[in-house]
Design a protein. Structure first.
Length: 170
């Protein structure tokens, strides 16, 4: 009895929810591309990125500009080369926000406006869901719908019912 099998693809979707204490940080890798959604509230994320041998991030998405989502962003920008940076486009009055904007500019990351679009990562597709508010950080979060075959994951930042309902068309 002989069994022949085609080799499996060496690429597979990797999603890591990084323990950054209060806040969110999710690392997604597929097809040789790396995406980071949020960076938690402290610089601890840089340690995780080093441990995971992440020196280049193709896209960073800051769901919104509260410190528990962007507090570690300056350490991310200081420890890895970031190609593209996206946030909700709603300015915030905190030093954390100002430091993040300065770090994005100083490190040369290209700023992307959060508009409805699809971004391909190998076999995965990131559907960017534009913020529905231009005034409220939480209900103005950038959403990300990750599609990988029949698997789907929705990253919502701190969106509340109003924004979630708009994205889901309900």
């Amino acid at each position: 009895f002989l069994l022949f099998c085609a080799p499996l693809s060496s690429q597979q979707l990797e999603i890591r929810f990084l323990d950054v204490g209060q806040g969110d940080a999710t690392l997604i890798r597929e097809g040789g591309k790396t995406v980071l959604i949020d960076a938690g509230g402290t610089a601890t994320i840089a340690t995780y990125l080093r441990q995971l041998n992440v020196d280049t991030i193709d896209l960073v998405v800051a769901s919104h500009n509260h410190s528990d989502h962007i507090g570690g962003m300056t350490s991310v920008l200081g420890s890895a080369f970031v190609r593209f940076y996206m946030d909700n486009g709603i300015a915030h009055t905190t030093a954390t926000y100002r430091n993040t904007v300065q770090a994005v500019q100083a490190r040369g990351a290209q700023y992307l406006q959060a508009t409805d679009r699809a971004i391909t990562l190998g076999e995965a597709i990131l559907h960017i869901l534009a913020p529905t508010s231009s005034e409220d950080q939480n209900n103005g979060s950038v959403g990300v719908l990750l599609e990988y075959g029949s698997f789907h994951a929705l990253f919502t930042g701190d969106s509340e019912q109003e924004e979630l309902a708009s994205w889901l068309g309900t």
